[in-house]
Write a protein that binds this ligand. Structure first.
Ligand code: SF4
Length: 432
């Protein structure tokens, strides 16, 4: 029996791969352990989306090597992106397995670790949840067709491929039976679901309707591009039983000329119209976005258009990234690359503005009653943490804290009254 430790880096979509890998390697001659000291082999599932993600993978590999003599197998996006580069960057690793070799992953590992019984490829129905037992991600498609000029994902993960509706519903049923209350739907382009499944095939709305009938406590949608949404989908979310009024709309910037250069298929007017419709039918909707500053050719005017837009919309949650020049992408060779200093200054200005907006948004929550899940206990603050439709899993948004004189079960559902709003976080009082 070989002891395996799995270290997962990157986003929730990669975490789903890690969960399937965990299930795969617990079958056969492997067992999962958490202590590096007991490991015969460490699987490092990497992200290679941008330079900082690759740097994190390199650092992690070095850190693992310092702690153990076990074999290190590097998986995922980084070897998929460039085997040559990853071999050079991670001399501590013993083996590299790109995503395209996942169908043979078990046999690769068994022969590498000298075992015998190779098993089947990764199976979405066989996952060992790396998230708490009451929370899980459902990845509804692979790859991306958008080819945003700054992004290497379509080259790493391939073209957009929707999973079949049947396989998704089967996976969702399996998760529900395991006790999952909170389902997070992820993909590179979530509302694009189904467009590759034929003229009469299911679309995103069909998937939402079917999932909504399954009785999850809460379903949250990530990576919704405004140009893929429409009033029908928004109307359905508004009256659904379980879909959170939470809109993750990664707009990247709010300048039409820059959107064009980024090869984003959207316009500021469309984003504005869509958001105003969301707020018209769901005045309680929570808005999240991500921005890129310093894309090649971003002028002061482009930047100020984006800044004005975030002041106008007042997103509740916002992440801002400095442009990362990625080899192989269209933007790599674009003229007018922006200096690191300018990018930093723009990032600071966005985040400074957002801090004020987020604080106002937090104060607007005061006196509201919210129902949600108790997610853990913070030993430093001696308070419980809590999640309702307002904040997403994966620590991407702020937290809600509350105290209780009596012990409370993690994963249980309660009601809080929000009693205070800080710069990012909220404080609540248990009412039920
Ligand atoms: S939508 Fe754009 S940013 Fe997102 S994965 Fe696809 S190409 Fe990359």
């Amino acid at each position: 029996m070989k002891n395996i430790v799995l270290v997962s880096l990157g986003c929730a979509k990669n975490l789903v791969d890690s969960e399937m890998i965990l299930a795969l390697v617990t079958s056969g001659d492997f067992q999962i352990v958490s202590d590096l000291k007991e490991a015969d082999c460490v699987l490092l599932n990497t992200c290679a989306f941008i330079l900082t993600a690759r740097e994190e993978a390199i650092r992690e590999c070095k850190a693992i090597r310092k702690k153990t003599k076990a074999k290190i197998v590097v998986l995922g996006c980084y070897p998929e992106r460039s085997l040559e580069e990853v071999r050079e960057a991670m001399p501590e690793a013993d083996l590299f397995v790109p995503i395209r070799d996942y169908p043979r992953l078990h046999s690769i590992l068994t022969s590498f670790l000298s075992s015998e019984k190779p098993l089947s490829p990764l199976d979405p129905l066989k996952r060992i949840l790396a998230t708490p037992s009451w929370s899980a991600y459902l990845r509804i498609s692979e790859g991306c067709d958008n080819f945003c000029a700054f992004c290497a994902i379509p080259y790493i993960r391939g073209r957009f491929r929707s999973r079949t509706l049947d396989s998704l519903l089967e996976e969702a049923k399996m998760l529900k039976e395991k006790g999952v209350k909170e389902l997070s739907i992820v993909s590179q382009d979530t509302a694009h679901y189904g467009v590759d499944l034929g003229k009469d095939g299911p679309r995103f709305l069909d998937l939402l309707k079917a999932l909504d009938e399954m009785g999850f406590y809460s379903i949250r949608l990530f990576y919704l591009y405004p140009n893929e949404l429409n009033h029908e989908i928004i109307d359905f979310i508004a009256q659904s039983k379980s879909i959170a009024h939470y809109f993750d709309l990664p707009i990247q910037c709010a300048s039409d000329s820059l959107l064009l250069k980024m090869n984003r298929h959207d316009s500021v007017e469309n984003m504005r119209e869509l958001i105003s419709y969301i707020l018209k039918v769901m005045p309680d909707a929570v808005l999240r976005t991500t921005l890129i500053v310093g894309f090649p050719g971003e002028t002061e005017e482009d930047f100020h258009n984006t800044l004005d837009f975030i002041k106008e919309i007042r997103f509740h949650h916002l992440g801002c990234f400095r442009y990362s020049r990625e080899e192989g992408t269209r933007a790599y060779d674009m003229p007018d690359q922006i200096s690191e200093d300018v990018m930093r200054a723009r990032e600071l200005e966005i985040m400074g503005t957002q801090l004020q907006i987020a604080a106002e948004r937090c104060r607007e929550m005061v006196d509201k009653e919210v129902e949600g899940i108790v997610t853990g206990y913070d030993n430093h603050r001696h308070q419980y943490t809590f999640r309702c439709y307002w904040n997403a899993p994966g620590e991407i948004d702020a937290n809600i804290y509350f105290s209780s004189p009596l012990p409370i079960e993690i994963g249980s559902i309660h009601k809080l009254k929000i009693i205070n709003g800080f710069v990012r976080d909220l404080a609540g009082q248990l009412i039920e």
